[in-house]
Unconditional design. Structure first.
Length: 235
């Protein structure tokens, strides 16, 4: 929607609510939080916020060669945008309904697609629009269309190759985070099996040993089932 319209209607509803409260002899300044939230416009979806960031990211990356200071200006803009969005969520709209999400969903594909497109556009601008690349780096006084096409293809393939190598070399989750997630899944499975009574004595002892502090593990091993079985076999 148009920026500022939801805020305007929210202010208008609040004004009518205060006028109605004054007619009933109530103090409109001491309304409960739930009533004040109800007077605000509902927060529908974060689609508009994601769209705004995606458009900004697209212009910033696809034309970085034409305007190198664009990322710096986008960074300054986003510093203010964070605070403005926070004010909008806290004061300009109703409290959003919490919904669980593992990631940003299809917007991740949008961002990655913009990155790949930006490689082509920046290489095209450098090779076909300007001759600075050939004059300053290749020392060519006369640039033919063949030189431009070959340079474009080489630059585009090299940058895309580097992007794919970096993408597959750097994991989405660090090793420590992955271990923490696996440990949490193991703990949840262990607690479920323990609650259902599916653990035998040996498994229960091993689980208790893993959960015990380091200083108590040696004592638990001495009195464990394996040690007891070995000691019983000694005549």
């Amino acid at each position: 929607g148009i920026p500022g319209i939801p805020w305007f209607f929210a202010r208008l509803r609040a004004c009518f609510s205060r006028r109605a409260a004054r007619k009933l002899g109530e103090d409109a300044s001491v309304l409960p939080l739930a009533d004040r939230q109800f007077q605000l416009a509902p927060y529908e979806t974060p689609f508009a916020d994601y769209r705004e960031i995606a458009i900004q990211f697209g212009y910033m990356t696809m034309f970085a060669v034409a305007f190198p200071f664009g990322p710096a200006l986008s960074f300054i803009n986003n510093i203010f945008e964070i605070r403005l969005d926070a004010i909008k969520l806290v004061r300009g709209s109703q409290r959003p309904v919490a919904r669980g999400a593992q990631n940003i969903g299809s917007w991740q594909l949008v961002m990655e697609s913009l990155v790949f497109i930006s490689v082509v556009t920046n290489a095209g601008i450098s090779c076909f629009v300007s001759s600075t690349l050939f004059e300053n780096y290749f020392a060519l006084q006369e640039v033919t269309n063949f030189n431009r096409r070959v340079t474009f293809i080489v630059i585009e393939h090299i940058v895309l190759g580097l992007m794919l190598i970096i993408k597959f070399m750097i994991p989405d989750l660090p090793g420590l985070v992955r271990k923490k997630i696996e440990l949490k899944k193991y703990s949840e499975t262990l607690e479920f099996n323990r609650a259902m009574g599916l653990l035998d004595k040996d498994e229960e002892h091993i689980a208790a040993h893993d959960e015990a502090p380091l200083g108590e593990r040696s004592n638990m091993l001495v009195g464990g089932p394996a040690m007891s079985a070995s000691s019983a076999s000694i005549p």
